[in-house]
Design a protein around this ligand. Structure first.
Ligand code: 6PG
Length: 234
């Protein structure tokens, strides 16, 4: 595994980790999530995790399904979702539930899906209320799009930090209507792990590592971000 640290122009601190196999990145992510959970529960009695959507995290969620953890103290949020019916197979919440959350003992009232089925305006309002009063997150997982987007923060779209969760219109990745947690709220966390796999992400990674501003560089938690990669070259 290769590792180095960049201080970006954007003032994001990024630590880069390049894994040699899919299995290695999955195991490292699993281990880090379980460690972060243990530490958070030991120190503060709860662990809050914000899940990434898209397809990349699915294999990690599948490992979490069979993991041993103190599930009663986990609180689960999402960084974005797509405005589709709850049972649509493209919903990020459905993927997380069927792959992992439905199979472990996290209390139902501690799993906070984004109500994206209400539409982007109403759903964002409701999720902003859900997040109000939630302390700093413990861990935020994020993906990376080929165009450098993360969560539903897309290039050339106005950055909106007016609320913790905001509606997105005209997203270039379908569906056009989405809800995203704002970059300010996603940065209010002790730890961030980006999961980036596949050669299709190479250009976005090159831009990021060369200090070009992409949406992923908007995520600027005080402790920096860790970027776990597989299938891209440094
Ligand atoms: C979504 C996302 C999005 C995703 C990236 C990477 O709802 O689509 O949350 O930000 O994480 O587009 O997607 P893949 O993991 O499918 O490449």
């Amino acid at each position: 595994m290769m590792q180095n640290t960049n201080q970006e122009k954007s003032s994001q601190i990024s630590r880069w980790h390049n894994f040699e196999t899919q299995d290695a990145i999955n195991q490292a992510t699993l281990n880090r999530i379980l460690e972060a959970a243990k530490d958070a529960i030991a120190s503060r009695g709860r662990f809050s995790i914000v899940l990434a959507g898209g397809s990349t995290p699915k294999s990690v969620y599948a490992l979490l399904k069979n993991a041993q953890a103190d599930w009663a103290h986990w609180h689960v949020y999402h960084n974005d979702d797509r405005c589709l019916p709850v049972d649509n197979s493209e919903r990020n919440s459905l993927m997380a539930r069927t792959t992992w959350l439905n199979h472990v003992a996290i209390p139902a009232n501690q799993i906070h899906d984004i109500p994206a089925e209400l539409g982007n305006i109403e759903g964002a309002k409701a999720y902003a209320q859900t997040l109000a009063g939630v302390p700093e997150f413990d861990l935020v997982l994020l993906g990376l799009g080929e165009d450098g987007h993360t969560a539903s923060l897309f290039p050339n779209q106005a950055v909106d930090n007016s609320a913790d969760a905001v509606p997105v219109f005209d997203a270039p990745k379908p569906p056009a209507d989405r809800i995203t947690v704002s970059q300010q709220r996603l940065s209010n966390t002790r730890e961030v792990i980006f999961l980036v796999t596949g050669a299709g992400k190479q250009d976005a990674v090159n831009h990021w590592r060369n200090g070009v501003a992409i949406p992923a560089t908007l995520i600027q938690p005080k402790n920096g971000v860790d970027v776990y990669c597989y299938g891209v070259k440094f």
